[in-house]
Design a protein around this ligand. Structure first.
Ligand SMILES: [Zn+2]
Length: 235
């Protein structure tokens, strides 16, 4: 794996004392082109950055050294911790996003990402439930990397969590009592300050074919499935 030396970001600071890298946050750039995104992530007046950026053809750029805190997630929360930049590595995937023409992530880009995430997970002992999307950690503000990101492909390689497609997970029968689902979302790691946003983020990641914003049997089954995997990790 080689990184292009052309772009380096000045937008970082020290990780908080005693904070280890134990998380990866995936993003899409949501801009017109890779060049525009790279310029912005390296612009000292923009105050945003990520550790890595992967172009659609798989080209990898390392913008910030892992040991520093890059500024990618903003106000965020996961598994009890607020401000996940302190403990995470941020990876930007070039994609025009929901604003400029959201499209599938090409195979070459996914292959490069899978290789990078595998290396980082091994190096820093990162658990699959701590490889998340920006929308998972900032559900009221963010949608990236979004419903076209193939978490199932990712999970099959052990580099993230996903729910199998189809079966009980497609059951759209509504449920009136939301308490079990909300308890499971909290256990998985979501911030429940805005429950509807947490539900939307969960569906975007774990049931991307059916983001209906409704507490239904399929979503509950998916949440039980994911919560069980998280519990096994922590056992
Ligand atoms: Zn993002």
């Amino acid at each position: 794996m080689t990184a292009s030396p052309a772009y380096v970001s000045p937008n970082y600071d020290a990780r908080p004392d005693g904070m280890q890298i134990d998380m990866i946050v995936l993003h899409y750039t949501g801009m017109e082109s890779a060049e525009v995104a790279l310029e912005r992530l390296c612009d000292p007046t923009a105050s945003v950055s990520a550790h890595y950026l992967i172009e659609e053809d798989g080209r990898l750029h390392r913008l910030v050294d892992d040991r520093f805190r890059a500024w990618h997630a903003g106000v965020s929360f996961w598994q009890g911790l607020s401000g996940v930049n302190g403990c995470s590595i941020g990876i930007e995937l070039v994609n025009r996003g929901h604003e400029f023409g959201y499209r599938a992530f090409p195979d070459a880009q996914m292959v490069a990402l899978e290789a990078l995430v595998s290396v980082l997970m091994a190096k820093y002992q990162i658990a699959p439930s701590r490889v998340v999307g920006h929308s998972d950690v900032a559900p009221t503000r963010k949608q990236d990397p979004g419903e076209l990101f193939d978490w199932n492909r990712f999970a099959a390689l052990g580099v993230g969590l996903a729910v199998p497609v189809g079966g009980e997970f497609t059951d759209e029968t509504p449920i009136d009592d939301h308490s079990e689902l909300m308890g499971l979302l909290r256990q998985i790691g979501y911030d429940l300050e805005v429950p509807q946003a947490a539900l939307g983020a969960f569906q975007r990641h774990f049931r991307p074919a059916m983001i209906n914003g409704i507490v239904d049997q399929g979503t509950l089954a998916a949440a039980r499935f994911v919560a069980q995997q998280v519990a096994q990790e922590m056992a």
